[in-house]
Design a protein around this ligand. Structure first.
Ligand SMILES: Cc1ncc(COP(=O)(O)O)c(C=O)c1O
Length: 487
């Protein structure tokens, strides 16, 4: 039994120690009894931790090094990409002029803030070819939900009685979950021997009850769905809509546009393509863009620019699916994406995409002699290895992932997509250097050698992290998140 040895900040608190000088305010002191209902007033001071500045800094620095993050080393998580977030994004988002405004302020006084949102929307529209975007959804998954609500409203408005949404078997789990949430039923389409949608199976599923198809492009095997034109024809033939899960847009942006591939709706995971924090399902940002015929259904408010270059909220969308988020989404995240796009510019964005594809292909080549890559033809920004040969020799993909932690790396995504046995899904992203990719590939190759030389090291990994290997079943069944929980 071992106690986790990091006390929480409250236990370090000492009375009357001050770590920060709060600036004096010119606002006259008000009597709280006069402005706040008595029942809501606190009876005592808030019990905030009292520490010196160095103690606070050390507390958080020590915490941050117990965890792996992209500022420490490569984080090659496939599908749910954690790419490097340039520091200039944070610098801008923390600027006083950004942090000191309130969404309830009169729009006249926050023109600059509205301009950023308006411009971000325009950039996303230009890059995807979509007519308009809403920036409200706070995660890719919420974007999916919003996009499907738009799809549903479009069909209801036309009097179409639609019931199903087609999803490939390799899709991210949030796709079927979102379909069920809006009240449609998911229908699974199989993959063919090349890892793309099986067209014959798709044809056999198609009928006039199909509301649309959700397709991840490139798909979660990192492969471009090259029969996209045929897929569109099939879905559109019964007035179905094509929804692009644009989580992997970082493999396409600047090179091709969803609208040119026939998509009607797209969501963008800003964290994956435009370097913002992910937020684990929110508070991140997952804007959705739609073609013209679907624009009336977008959430309100939208932002307009008048002829006098004035930015204003627009609630005049009578067919809208409603409001999705308080105010207008996660502003700080949106500012970061705007900053990233402005920093890179058109050529920079294109370069980013190319580099992401080159890096994934380089890493794949380095390890393919040791790790089998079942669908290797046409890799874009990510690829999936199968560790089934390693499993035959006694080491599961879970052991390989845990062993990578001992090398100081974050593990790739494992056991997804589910059509690949012992899947190890890698996305190095564009910001990693050749040296880092070499180091990571060498670690994977060395792990494979250890299967014969010292398998116990792999079975017991990780041994260098603050928390060692957990009994995951027990951790799930006996969840205890209290401080000083014994492990
Ligand atoms: C293909 C795909 N779709 C949807 C999502 C869900 O996005 P989010 O985690 O922002 O909710 C992800 C995760 O990033 C993804 O990889």
């Amino acid at each position: 039994m071992k106690l986790i040895d990091t006390p929480i900040i409250f236990t370090k608190s000492k009375q009357n120690v001050q770590g920060a000088e709060i600036p004096r305010t010119k606002i006259p002191k008000l009597n709280p009894n006069e402005i706040i209902n008595k029942n809501l007033l606190r009876e005592d001071y808030a019990k905030l931790p009292e520490l010196t500045e160095p103690e606070i800094v050390r507390h958080f620095i020590n915490l941050s090094i117990k965890n792996h993050h992209v500022d420490r080393d490569i984080y090659p998580l496939g599908s749910c990409t954690m790419k490097y977030n340039p520091k200039i994004n944070d610098k801008l988002a923390s600027h006083e002029k950004i942090t000191s405004i309130h969404p309830d302020e009169n729009e006249k006084h926050i023109q600059g803030a509205l301009k950023i949102l308006y411009e971000l929307e325009r950039y996303l529209s230009l890059m995807t070819g979509m007519n308009r975007f809403t920036l409200q959804p706070s995660a890719g998954s919420q974007g999916e939900f919003a996009g499907l609500l738009v799809m549903q409203k479009y069909h209801k408005n036309k009097g179409n009685n639609k019931k199903y949404v087609i999803i490939p078997e390799t899709a991210h789990g949030t796709n079927p979950a979102s379909v069920i949430l809006v009240g449609y039923k998911p229908l699974k389409v199989k993959s063919n021997e090349k890892g793309r949608v099986d067209i014959d199976h798709l044809k056999s599923l198609m009928n006039n009850e199909i509301a649309g198809m959700m397709l991840t492009q490139p798909n979660t095997l990192g492969l471009f769905e090259d029969q996209i034109e045929e897929i569109n024809e099939i879905i559109h033939s019964e007035d179905g809509l094509m929804y692009m899960d644009g989580a992997n847009l970082n493999a396409l942006i600047g090179i091709t546009k969803p609208v040119d591939m026939g998509f009607d709706i797209v969501h963008i995971n800003l964290h994956k393509t435009f370097s913002t924090p992910h937020g684990g399902g929110g508070p991140g940002a997952g804007p959705i863009g739609v073609v013209k015929k679907l624009t009336p259904y977008l959430p309100i408010p939208m932002i307009n620019k008048t002829n006098e270059n004035y930015f204003e909220w627009d609630y005049n969308y009578p067919k809208s699916i409603g409001q999705l988020h308080t105010y207008y989404g996660n502003y700080g995240i949106l500012v970061r994406a705007w900053c990233y796009i402005r920093t890179l510019g058109e050529n920079g964005v294109k370069q980013m995409t190319r580099q992401a594809i080159i890096n994934a292909n380089y890493l794949k080549k380095k390890i393919e002699k040791v790790y089998e890559i079942p669908f290797s033809n046409g890799t874009m920004h990510e690829f999936v290895a199968s560790c089934k040969n390693q499993k035959i020799r006694g080491i599961k993909v879970l052991d390989i992932a845990k062993s990578l932690l001992d090398y100081g790396f974050h593990a790739p995504t494992i056991y997804f997509p589910i059509n690949i046995p012992e899947a190890l899904m890698m996305e190095p992203t564009e910001s990693e250097t050749k040296e880092t990719l070499d180091k990571f590939a060498d670690a994977l190759i060395e792990i494979d050698q250890k299967i014969t030389e010292s398998p116990e090291q792999l079975l017991n990994a990780p041994i260098k992290t603050p928390v060692k290997r957990l009994n995951e079943t027990k951790a799930n069944r006996e969840l205890n998140l209290r401080f000083n929980y014994e492990i």
